[in-house]
Ligand binder design. Structure first.
Ligand code: FES
Length: 114
């Protein structure tokens, strides 16, 4: 687990640790017990969301760090809600709300919280 504090500019991982067109999970330590993020890579762009589905609060992955990704969407492993990767908007399934985005940036091949 990569420890990240609440202050700015903390590294999450290297860009090349996220498969292009794929995703990985990153665990974030915090004073409230920590949480998981999904990092989705498209070329040099990375989109980050809380790894928690708005439908029933379950993790999006079917196993830790293993996500269902198809045709530019990420699919919740619990009940199949489908989300647009660049925006997090819900496209289908039992969910009414989109994913909660997390701002980040890529600098020097490293994905960091701004
Ligand atoms: S928890 Fe994701 S669709 Fe139900």
């Amino acid at each position: 687990m990569l420890e990240v504090s609440a202050d700015a500019g903390k590294a999450l991982c290297r860009l090349d640790e996220i498969p292009d067109g794929g995703a990985r999970a990153v665990d974030i330590d915090s004073s409230t017990g920590g949480f998981s993020l999904i990092l989705l890579r498209r070329g040099d762009q990375v989109f980050a969301y809380h790894n928690e589905c708005p439908h029933a609060g379950r993790r999006l992955d079917w196993a830790p760090g293993k996500f269902l990704i198809k045709d530019g969407t990420v699919i919740c492993a619990a009940h199949g809600a489908t989300f647009d990767i660049p925006t997090g908007a819900v496209l289908g399934g039992p969910c009414r709300n989109g994913l909660a985005p997390v701002p980040l940036r890529v600098a020097g091949g490293v994905v960091v919280l701004p």
